[in-house]
Design a protein around this ligand. Structure first.
Ligand SMILES: *Cc1c(COP(=O)(O)O)cnc(C)c1O
Length: 386
């Protein structure tokens, strides 16, 4: 079995599938997700929760979850209740934490499915306990606390009330409080010191209320750069999908996705022709190759034009996008290469094979690799490549 993406032969894959309505496909290497999980298990001295939110970073939540569990993850994390329920329905029985609650979240269905939730207010806790009561089960929760990110954690002023309410519900048998956790917004060890101290304060306060809990804080970047953040669990997403937390000190993570299509037509143009909407780009005498993917499929409009156009692999050579990217199609300047309709185009793949990398895309369009992956549109079928 191929261990990593670089061992999947692009020629062995179809260019499109009946399940996707785009004439392009993303091949996902589940073996690479598994290998990245094992690698991060070596890096971190703590159990790994594999974060497979947003449909497994756009590559398929269930297959990503199974691959990460095979690589040594012991738990799964998702954003929404529905994402957690989807994993359960697929037959996955590992612990699942869903940390995003909103007013009409399907709390009862999540509790019924055994998905652990993260209340950050007394009313949210109340809804979870009510669902547990109606179902006649004990709901599991892990309470998120605010320690500096100012996103979703329970504000410090509310900690005591929430812990007291949780302790009362625990005593009634309707709740099991498994953990107290936070999310780190910093990027360097100096920025983790204060949040970790705040988390300790929260755990001490929970203890005073009679709750015995585990603690966790780190996502991929903190886990990679500061062992103090490992605590009882690390919650890893991006690194399992091949995103290096610190590219200047790579951990040897493997790329997990190859996005490919075919040239749909070519044309030779004279010097002085314009390409695409807005007539922003004027060509020299060259050959243009049309590819059937556009910004609706995740090729950002910021990736073409000017002097810093993103390049893609056409017939084995790197060639720049030219002209404004359209919704459904883009144009590549292939120069004097003997490119013809039907030639293979690799939009994203393995930099070790000279293919465009997530890091290249993200720097070309001014974002982070995770956004590039999750921006690949719904028309594009994701298939398991290995
Ligand atoms: C997304 C997320 C993670 C994983 O973060 P990565 O940087 O992708 O590893 C962990 N915890 C929470 C709460 C998250 O939202």
């Amino acid at each position: 079995m191929p261990a990593v993406l670089s061992e999947i032969d692009p020629a062995a894959l179809p260019m499109a599938t009946a399940t996707g309505s785009s004439p392009s496909i993303v091949a996902v290497s589940t073996a690479a997700i598994q290998a990245n999980t094992s690698r991060m298990r070596e890096v971190c001295a703590a159990p790994v929760m594999a974060v497979v939110k947003a449909g497994g970073f756009g590559l398929g939540a269930v297959r990503a979850a199974r691959a990460a569990l095979a690589g040594g993850a012991t738990e799964l994390g998702v954003a929404t209740c529905a994402e957690g329920i989807e994993l359960r329905r697929a037959g996955i029985d590992a612990p699942i934490l869903a940390w995003m609650l909103h007013d009409d979240a399907p709390v009862r269905a999540a509790v019924a499915a055994g998905v652990r939730l993260s209340p950050t207010s007394v009313p949210q806790l109340g809804r979870i306990v009510a669902a547990a009561g109606a179902l006649g089960v004990a709901a599991e929760v892990e309470i998120e606390v605010e320690t500096g990110m100012n996103r979703s954690g329970t504000p410090r002023a509310d900690w005591a009330r929430l812990f007291e309410a949780a302790a009362t519900a625990s005593a009634s048998g309707l709740l099991q409080v498994v953990g107290v956790w936070t999310h780190l917004s910093g990027t360097s060890p100096a920025q983790f010191t204060a949040p970790l101290a705040h988390l300790d304060d929260a755990v001490a306060l929970a203890g005073a209320a009679g709750l015995r809990v585990r603690r966790h804080a780190a996502a991929s970047l903190p886990a990679a750069v500061d062992p103090r953040t490992h605590l009882d669990l690390v919650r890893l997403g991006a690194s399992l999908f091949g995103v290096e937390p610190t590219p200047e000190r790579p951990l040897g993570l493997a790329p997990v996705a190859r996005w490919q299509t075919r040239v749909s037509q070519t044309r030779d143009v004279c010097a002085g022709e314009s390409v695409g909407y807005g007539q922003t780009t004027i060509t020299s005498a060259t050959r243009l190759a049309l590819i059937p993917v556009g910004y609706a499929d995740g090729i950002s409009r910021r990736s073409s034009g000017g002097g810093r156009a993103m390049t893609v692999t056409v017939g084995g050579r790197r060639c720049p996008l030219i002209g404004a990217v359209s919704m459904d199609q883009s144009v590549v300047d292939v120069g004097d290469a003997p490119v013809t309709a039907g030639d293979r185009v690799i939009l994203l793949g393995d930099p070790a094979r000279g293919e465009p990398s997530l890091a290249e895309w993200s720097s070309a369009v001014g974002t982070i690799p995770q956004e590039v992956l999750t921006a690949i549109g719904p028309r594009v079928a994701r298939v398991v490549g290995a």
